[in-house]
Structure formats: C-alpha cells, structure tokens
Design a protein around this ligand. Structure first.
Ligand SMILES: [Zn+2]
Length: 45
C-alpha cells in the first residue's frame, strides 16, 4: 500500500520527489528527507 504525498509536511511546498524505491521523499525547498508511514486503521488508542 502506497500513497504519494503532494506537499512537503514541513514547509508546505510541492517540491518533493521520491528517493529510491523506498517510502523516502526529498524536499528540495527545505532540504529535508522524510518518510510517510501507514500506521493502521481506526481511532488511535
Ligand atoms: Zn519542504
């Protein structure tokens, strides 16, 4: 299961691109690398 984010969660720009074949993304505006992770369904405990 994979979802592509459209905006950087840190600076809000759309200048993000995937890194390699993992879930890692890179934002060229704020120079951050990050990863989006699915944590499951339902309300958090
Ligand atoms: Zn950014």
């Amino acid at each position: 299961m994979r979802a592509t984010p459209f905006y950087c969660p840190f600076c809000g720009e759309e200048t993000i691109e995937p890194v390699g074949d993992a879930a890692e993304m890179y934002c060229s505006s704020c120079d951050r690398r990050f990863e989006i992770a699915f944590k499951g369904l339902g309300d958090p405990q």
